[in-house]
Design a protein around this ligand. Structure first.
Ligand code: BJ8
Length: 425
C-alpha cells in the first residue's frame, strides 16, 4: 500500500495482524502471477495500481462517499441490479472472495463440503479482514444455490444488515413475476436506506452508467477474438474482477483506454502469445479476486484464454439495458428483461447456457473448453455433464475440472491441463 491505512482499517474493526498477512499473500501472488507476464498492455498499469490499493485508496474513496451521505451496498451475485443502487445515490460493490481464510472457524459454522466461494466469504467475515464487508451499510444475499441460501441464514447471525433477495429458479412467466416483485421490493429497501426516491432521470442515469461499463467490457471481449491474442486471459479476467468494485465511470474509461491500445496491437499483428497458441474458453463457476489459480495454470502451459463463460465474465456482463422508457415502471421492465436472461446454473432447465457456450466457442475461435467447477458446487458440476455431451457432439474438445481455492492440487491440475493443451495443439 502506498500509504499507511492502519488507522482506517482499525476503525473499520479489522484484525490488523491477520489483514497484514492477507495483504502480503495477495501482493506476492499478484506479483508472481501478473507482473511476470510479458508484453502486457501499458493500460494494465491502471489495474496494477487498483490492485495495489484494493484495500487502501478504494476503501478511502468509499468511506469519503459515506461521509458525504452516500450508502454502500455489498452483494454476492450478479442478479443484484447496480442500476437500482446507483439511481438511489448509493454505491454497489462485489463481496465474493477468492481465497481461503479462517478455514477452521468457518468449518465450525458451515459443513466442510461447502464450496470455496461461500466458505471464503465467511472466512473474510470471521477473520475480520474485508474492509468492503465492514464498510457496507447493507449486505445483499440472494436465494440462488442451496449452499448460499442456507449460508445466509447463518450469516444473518454474524451481520446486522443482511437483506435477502428471493430469486426464481425457472425461466417461466411466474419466474419473471417473482423477479419483478423482488426488484420492486429491493428498490423500496434501497430507497429507504438512502432516503432518496428513484426518479425517471436518476434511473436513466444509473442505467447509462452501468451500460457504459458493460459496453467497455464488451469491447474488450470483442478484441480478444483476434489472433494472435492481444491480451492475456489473466489480464482480461482481472478487468472483469475489478468491474465489481471500482468507480464505474473510471473503470469504463480505463478499459476503453486498454482497448485503444489493443486495437493498435491487432493492426500490427502483435500478440501476447504466438498465433499458434491453443485458444481456450473457460466456462463455469465465477472466479473472484484473488482466485487466479486455473487461468495461471492454463497460460503457463502454452495456451491462451480467450473468453470466460462465467459471472465474472460474459454471463455477468452480457446484454445492455434499454434506457428509452419514460417512466420508472418502464425502466424497471427493461431492467428485469436484461437480468432475466442471466443463465446461471441454478435455473432448471437451463438450455440457454449450453447455447451460449457453443456460441462463444465459435465467436472467440476457441479450440477447446475447460469447464471449471468449484468442488461441492452442485449446480455447475451437475451441468458440466450435459455441457460435455453437447460439446462432444459438436467435436469441441472439453476438459472438466473440479477444484477449490487450495494450492494442493496445482501439480495435478497442471498435468491434466498440459495434456489437454497438447491434444489441442
Ligand atoms: S448468477 S453463478 S453470481 S449465484 S460456486 S456459491 S453456485 S455452490 S456463485 Fe453465482 Fe449469482 Fe449464479 Fe452468478 Fe453456489 Fe456454486 Fe458456490 Fe456459486
Amino acid at each position: 500500500m502506498s500509504q499507511n491505512y492502519h488507522q482506517m482499517w482499525s476503525e473499520l474493526g479489522l484484525n490488523l495482524d491477520a489483514h497484514d498477512a492477507l495483504l502480503e499473500v495477495l501482493g506476492k501472488g499478484y506479483g508472481d502471477i501478473f507482473l511476470t507476464q510479458k508484453n502486457r498492455p501499458e493500460g494494465m498499469q491502471y489495474f496494477d495500481f487498483v490492485m495495489s490499493e484494493v484495500h487502501g485508496l478504494r476503501i478511502k474513496e468509499l468511506l469519503d462517499e459515506k461521509v458525504q451521505g452516500r450508502k454502500i451496498i455489498g452483494s454476492y451475485c450478479v442478479f443484484v441490479p447496480e442500476e437500482i443502487v446507483l439511481a438511489a445515490n448509493a454505491t454497489l460493490i462485489g463481496l465474493c472472495s477468492g481465497a481461503d481464510f479462517a478455514v477452521e472457524d468457518v468449518e465450525q459454522l458451515l459443513p466442510r463440503n461447502t464450496c470455496s466461494l461461500i466458505k471464503s466469504s465467511f472466512g473474510f467475515k470471521l477473520g475480520k479482514v474485508c474492509p468492503y464487508l465492514e464498510s457496507a451499510d447493507m449486505i445483499v444475499g440472494e436465494n440462488t444455490c442451496d449452499g448460499k441460501k442456507k449460508a445466509y441464514e447463518t450469516l444473518n447471525k454474524l451481520v446486522s444488515n443482511l437483506y435477502v433477495m428471493d430469486l426464481p429458479q425457472v425461466k417461466s412467466a411466474q419466474g419473471r413475476a417473482l423477479l419483478k416483485a423482488e426488484y420492486y421490493r429491493f428498490k423500496d429497501a434501497v430507497e429507504q436506506l438512502t432516503g432518496k426516491n428513484i426518479t425517471v432521470d436518476s434511473f436513466k442515469a444509473g442505467i447509462k452508467t452501468v451500460n457504459e461499463k458493460r459496453k467497455a467490457i464488451h469491447r474488450l471481449s470483442r478484441l480478444r477474438k483476434a489472433n494472435p491474442a492481444p491480451i492475456s486471459g489473466l489480464d482480461a479476467l482481472l478487468a472483469n474482477q475489478v468491474f465489481f468494485y471500482d468507480n464505474p465511470q473510471r473503470f469504463a474509461d480505463s478499459v476503453n483506454k486498454i482497448c485503444d491500445e489493443l486495437e493498435k496491437r491487432i493492426e500490427q499483428k502483435q500478440g501476447v502469445f504466438p498465433d499458434n497458441a491453443p485458444r481456450i474458453l473457460i466456462s463455469g463457476c465465477p472466479m473472484a479476486v484473488p482466485n487466479w489459480k486455473l487461468p495461471w495454470i492454463v497460460e503457463t502451459s502454452g495456451a491462451v484464454i480467450v473468453g470466460e463463460e462465467s459471472c465474472v465474465g460474459e454471463r455477468g456482463t452480457r446484454n445492455l439495458i434499454d434506457d428509452s422508457g419514460n417512466s420508472v415502471d418502464q425502466l424497471m421492465e427493461a431492467i428485469i428483461d436484461r437480468y432475466f436472461k442471466v443463465d446461471c446454473a441454478i435455473f432448471t432447465p437451463n438450455p440457454d447456457r449450453l447455447n451460449h457456450i457453443e456460441e462463444m466457442v465459435k465467436a472467440y475461435n476457441a479450440d477447446g473448453v475447460i469447464h471449471y467447477g468449484l468442488q461441492f458446487c452442485q449446480p455447475y458440476i451437475m451441468e458440466s455433464y450435459p455441457v460435455e455431451k453437447a460439446l462432444e457432439r459438436k467435436n469441441i474438445p472439453i476438459l472438466r475440472l473440479e477444484t477449490d481455492y487450495s494450492m494442493e492440487d496445482v501439480g495435478q491440475l497442471k498435468t491434466r491441463v498440459e495434456a489437454f493443451v497438447e491434444q489441442l495443439g
